[in-house]
Design a protein around this ligand. Structure first.
Ligand code: TYD
Length: 215
């Protein structure tokens, strides 16, 4: 269903449950690669464009408890469709390294597995959105849900999806593991339980060979 991306740049997606430290590692990697002279684009989903940010506000609004899983799946895909065309493809076409906090595999873990919509439905909804663009590397920041929850709680008020509870997030983590089994060469698992420095060492070791860096 997916065409291979025809882009000279490198597309790296950070994936994992909430509180796994994705954004911290994304920033650290961006700073590191910029120091080495790379053109780096940091972005996130849902969002990454003005349209996507409006969709994000709907998706994360705790007041919209009635949002159905199917609506949610389609809104994530809509944000992605805009992101691919407006930001990701142009950045990759000019040779940038794109670091994206969540992408398609979040829809698979959250909507296909945890919300139980199934992979077929989520892949069908996302095929026109991603239009063949898959990350060259998925960094899965993996840690037990309990540890991630304590970090997330420190950050304060929970959004609509964070409020879904422990069993839901256990299912999300299991979903990421299932996706990794299905696509082992694209995934690199990072043990996210250690210090930010220890985690960054693993991130760099995963990325270095793809950019011809000595880690
Ligand atoms: P965000 O605050 O960005 O969470 P985090 O900092 O953990 O990445 O909120 C994004 C939420 O949306 C998060 O709960 C994961 C969820 N999500 C999906 O359910 N499906 C998707 O396709 C994407 C991109 C995110």
């Amino acid at each position: 269903m997916f065409r291979a991306p025809m882009n000279p740049g490198l597309f790296i997606a950070f994936e994992g449950i909430e509180g796994s430290g994705k954004s911290t590692q994304q920033i650290r990697l961006a700073e590191h690669l910029e120091r080495l002279g790379h053109d780096v684009v940091c972005t996130r989903e849902p969002g990454g464009t003005a349209t996507g940010d409006r969709i994000r506000a709907v998706l994360l609004d705790p007041a919209l408890a009635e949002l159905t899983p199917t609506t949610e799946m389609l809104l994530f895909a809509a944000s992605r469709a805009q992101h691919v065309r407006e930001l990701l493809r142009p950045a990759l076409a000019r040779g940038a390294v794109v670091l994206c906090d969540r992408y398609l595999h979040s829809s698979l873990a959250y909507q296909a597995w945890a919300r139980r919509l199934g992979r077929d439905a989520v892949l069908a909804a996302n095929a026109p959105a991603v239009d063949g663009l898959l990350p060259g590397l998925v960094l899965l920041l993996d840690m037990p849900v309990q540890d991630a929850f304590s970090r997330a709680a420190e950050r304060g008020r929970l959004d609509r999806i964070e409020q879904a509870g422990r069993a839901f997030h256990d299912a999300v983590r299991a979903g990421f593991h299932a996706e990794r089994e299905l696509d082992p060469t694209r995934f690199c698992t990072i043990d996210a339980t250690g210090s930010a420095d220890a985690v960054f060492e693993q991130v760099l070791a995963a990325v270095a060979p793809r950019l011809g860096l000595v880690s």
